[in-house]
Design a protein around this ligand. Structure first.
Ligand code: AMP
Length: 460
């Protein structure tokens, strides 16, 4: 039995057996280094980025500690964004499915309060949420944290950057000091160390080597003549690399919308993601990007936080990031899960000093590369392989993915292979279909029945 084997840990058999069924054969470095201390009940600060396996590190810790018979909130996980909270809750449920009757509740902003209050009345063992909303519930008296014995701060640096310091302090003041505290953060600025000193007791600090290296992420740097020329360079790079799923990072919110609009006008399949979007539009943008019917997401660093998109093939820096750590974080979103990723960075003369700093930091040199031939600008703009069908019915109408798949693929329908991701929301469902059969799929859906009735559907 090696030390990277989960069975070397003091975990109950139900958890170990389930890990086998999940295909988690050995621990990732962060799990190997943090889990023994977490299971001993110690406070732990770990440097963990999305993709490192950090969720399972604290997830297993809190599941092992949980007393299922005691139906009280025993663990609280705080995350900066709703997307991250949803992913964390999902992973905890997956990890805990070998133990009966575990209730995991998410409490996030952007969602109606009423149903959350209802769920809280029914009780839960584990709450995963965003600081603002948790604070709201504490204020209303709808959430009590007296029984919490394990607190997790996930992406702590992001929460601080987003201005959640006061909310965190307030929340923590409601939790017993006898608790165990775990903190995960991609970076360790002084503010994090200060908060750790305040809220943790003799924490063990764990830093793991970044899981990405220059063998999985290919970096290319290109020079634009000036700010105006950046757009042309971006167009050339998109036409050359034709990414299926790319995030283009901008430094400001206004720029993201502007750039997405310009790209759309040129015929690219691009959308913006920034903090001013309505939750519904944000959800819809992500649905379409994740199901590959939008190729390009133009985002700020803040908006892209907590996004865990499994296969991002390309990251493009429309400008080089202001800070090295941000650059490293940006490009770390590609090249996951052993796949090769590409990072393309556009700089102007004024930014060459930032490139020099980056090269120093990474101990790597980047030659400025020749731009792709301008003739690419005359070529037809590449298009995504999929299109999204939106159905005006969802979980509340009891639609299930199988119903939708069935309706699409029946007589005179399309083949199952041409159907992509199906995502269900309370009142809407989204299904990706191959672009070349999209009209046929739409017809089949609108003329046929789902659960015995017709639903309105349209192509986005
Ligand atoms: P995270 O960094 O927590 O977002 O995890 C990244 C991904 O790795 C998730 O999809 C997990 O399901 C997966 N994962 C976590 N731990 C392991 C493991 N020990 N073996 C294989 N996959 C894992």
């Amino acid at each position: 039995m090696s030390t990277t084997d989960f069975s070397s840990l003091q975990l109950q058999p139900a958890l170990i057996d389930n890990l086998t069924t999940l295909g988690y054969q050995s621990m990732t470095p962060i799990q190997e280094q943090s889990l023994p201390d977490i299971l001993k009940g110690r406070d732990v600060i770990a440097q963990g980025q999305t993709g490192s396996g950090k969720t399972a590190a604290f997830g297993l810790g809190l599941l092992e500690k949980l007393n299922v018979k005691r139906f009280r909130i025993q663990s609280l996980v705080l995350c900066p964004t709703r997307e991250l909270a949803d992913q964390v809750a999902k992973e905890i449920r997956r990890l805990g499915r070998g133990i009966h009757n575990i209730k995991v509740l998410t409490l996030c902003g952007g969602m109606p309060l009423g149903p959350q209050i209802g769920s809280l009345e029914h009780g839960a063992h584990i709450v995963v949420g965003t600081p603002g909303r948790i604070e709201d519930h504490l204020g209303k008296g709808t959430l009590r944290l007296n029984d919490v014995n394990l607190l997790v701060l996930d992406e702590a640096d992001r929460m601080l950057e987003m201005g959640f310091q006061d909310a965190l302090d307030n929340i923590i003041s409601h939790i017993s000091e006898a608790r165990q505290t775990l903190m995960f953060s991609a970076t360790f600025p002084e503010q994090i160390q200060a908060i750790a000193r305040r809220i943790m007791q003799q924490p063990v600090t764990i830093q793991v080597e970044s899981t990405h290296d220059n063998t999985t992420i290919e970096q290319h740097v290109f020079k634009a003549n000036d700010n105006k020329h950046r757009m042309t360079v971006l167009q050339l790079l998109l036409q050359k690399y034709k990414p299926e799923s790319a995030v283009v990072f901008c430094n400001t919110k206004i720029e993201t919308q502007d750039l997405a609009d310009q790209l759309s006008q040129l015929g690219f399949s691009a959308m913006a993601l920034h903090g001013d979007l309505e939750q519904r539009d944000r959800d819809q943008t992500l649905v379409r990007f994740i199901n590959k019917s939008i190729n390009i997401l133009v985002a700020t660093d803040v908006a892209a936080r907590g996004l865990d998109i499994e296969y991002l093939d390309t990251v493009i820096n429309f400008q080089i990031a202001r800070e090295i750590e941000v650059h490293v974080h940006r490009i770390g979103r590609t090249g996951r899960a052993g796949k090769k990723g590409i990072a393309l960075t556009i700089i102007t003369e004024k930014e060459t000093f930032k490139l020099a700093k980056l090269q120093d930091f990474l101990q790597q040199t980047f030659e400025l590369e020749a731009l792709p031939p301008v003739s690419l600008l005359d070529k037809p703009v590449y298009q995504p392989s999929m299109m999204t069908l939106q159905i005006d019915g969802g979980k509340k109408q009891k639609l299930r993915p199988g119903d939708i798949l069935g309706a699409l693929t029946g007589k005179e329908g399309i083949s199952g292979k041409q159907v992509g991701k199906i995502q269900l929301f309370p009142n809407k469902a989204y299904v990706a279909v191959n672009r070349n059969v999209a009209q046929q799929a739409l017809k089949k859906l609108t003329q046929g029945k789902l659960k015995g009735r017709t639903f309105r559907a349209r192509l986005l």
